[in-house]
Design a protein around this ligand. Structure first.
Ligand SMILES: Cc1ncc(COP(=O)(O)O)c(C=O)c1O
Length: 420
């Protein structure tokens, strides 16, 4: 065994025997070369090999760290839903420590970057390409969550006579609140599992009054439904024909097993404003999101943003950039997706056991049933169940069963009795 192979084998053995913990810093190249009596180049080669095997990651000007330890690998097999956000949290904490250590200069001497930290915009650009969102780094702006991006868009001027925001009904409750509580003019278009009435959309666009159409094309909140490709293409075609902007809230892109194409990908005329949130894959307290804007909207957007705050939390931006570049984002997303699939299969079992014959959709947050109006809904609703009343259907959103699987089971039984 060469010295290079020995270093690689020793570190892997250290990981497997719990000697090395996740996030732990390895001895420096200099220390290792002394310890093994070899050149720094040999140690460097071993580090590259370990990095290639996704065992360690490098932090610029700091050193090498353990990416995944044995405990972590063992634990993820039996992960339960309470751990849902534990993994990203632990990884993120090590990135946060890294962002603070020895960076005083950087933190105290930075100049304002309304558009966001350049290195995070580069990380985000790479990440978005994984969802087929191809955008220039200079068209990306980092915001304090999607919410700040939505607020700024709600304030912006989109041209003469364009007064109304168009919302899907139902839609994300915070967007609904944002519009209603500011008293902004808005219109709605009904969305079901099948999508929207595209003729109605055309008629609304034709009026010339729409500022933008806010849509959640895939894994919609609260319906869990995604538009089919034909609808996506038609929406883009209409937006281009009637020069309406589309605000694409792609908050669950990371969880889309079917890999639907985003509107942004289909857009050739720059009508799509694309929003990415880090809340579902990381945690809400992070308060970071990204927005890809058509060129002409960039400057007005940044001007509004500078009125709200003169910068976006720099430490968090730095940590998030590190988290993405080190492969932690991709790895944790994989775990979350696996966990979501397990929860979905539990939900499917509950549904099958209740013999309900209803259309259903799933998201990482729950199971959604489309209920015809004539089908009575048992009241009161149990904990973990919400109801949306639509013109054509009612919708029941049932949260994943972690704590209330029995309550959900008996609720489904009651629902099926009402059906027969
Ligand atoms: C449709 C939608 N967009 C965005 C978000 C996240 O928003 P933020 O990035 O402001 O936390 C959520 C959170 O549940 C959501 O449901």
């Amino acid at each position: 065994m060469s010295i290079y192979q020995k270093i690689v084998a020793d570190i892997i053995e250290g990981i497997e025997t719990h000697r090395y913990k996740r996030g732990q810093k390895l001895p420096s190249i200099r220390q290792l070369s002394k310890e093994y009596g070899c050149s720094k180049d040999t140690v460097q080669k071993a580090m590259l090999e370990l990095k290639y095997q996704h065992r360690i990651y490098a932090v610029e000007k700091s050193g090498y760290y353990i990416l995944e330890d044995q405990d972590f690998q063992d634990r993820t097999v039996e992960l339960n839903p309470e751990d849902f956000q534990q993994l990203p949290y632990e990884d993120f904490r090590s990135c946060l420590t890294e962002s603070l250590l020895g960076r005083e200069n950087y933190l105290f001497n930075h100049y304002h970057q309304q558009e966001g930290l350049e290195e995070l915009r580069i990380s985000l650009q790479g990440l978005l390409a994984d969802y087929a969102v191809y955008t220039k780094k200079d068209q990306l702006v980092i915001t304090a969550g999607s919410q700040q991006a939505l607020y700024i868009l709600s304030q912006m001027n989109f041209g003469e006579g364009r007064t109304d925001i168009l919302l899907e009904s139902p839609t994300y409750h915070r967007m609904q609140d944002l519009v209603e509580r500011q008293g902004l003019p808005f219109q709605t278009i009904e969305r079901t599992f099948e999508g929207i009435d595209l003729q109605e959309l055309e008629a609304i666009f034709q009026t010339g009054k729409i500022k933008f159409f806010y849509t959640i094309p895939r894994l919609h909140n609260p319906l869990g439904a995604s538009y089919d490709l034909a609808s996506l293409k038609k929406i883009i075609e209409l937006a281009e024909r009637y020069q309406v902007y589309l605000v694409e809230d792609d908050y669950l892109a990371d969880f889309d097993a079917q890999k639907h194409l985003p509107l942004h990908y289909l857009d050739t005329a720059g009508r799509v404003i694309y929003i990415k949130s880090f809340t579902p894959t990381l945690f809400p307290a992070l308060r970071l999101g990204g927005i890809a804007l058509p060129q002409e909207l960039l400057s007005p957007f940044l001007q509004y943003k500078s009125l709200i705050d003169y910068d976006t939390n720099l430490i968090m931006q730095k940590a998030l950039s590190l988290y993405i570049d080190n492969g932690m984002f991709a790895r944790n997303t994989r775990h979350l997706v696996t966990m979501g699939q397990e929860e979905e299969s539990q939900m499917r079992k509950l549904l099958t056991a209740s013999h309900l014959d209803l259309a259903v959709r799933f998201t990482p947050h729950g199971m959604i049933l489309e209920i015809p109006h004539q089908h009575p809904i048992p009241v009161p609703l149990v904990e973990g169940v919400r109801c949306y009343k639509g013109k054509q259907f009612n919708y029941l959103v049932l949260q994943l069963p972690n704590n209330h699987s029995q309550a959900i089971q008996s609720f489904l039984t009651k629902l099926s009795k009402k059906e027969s």
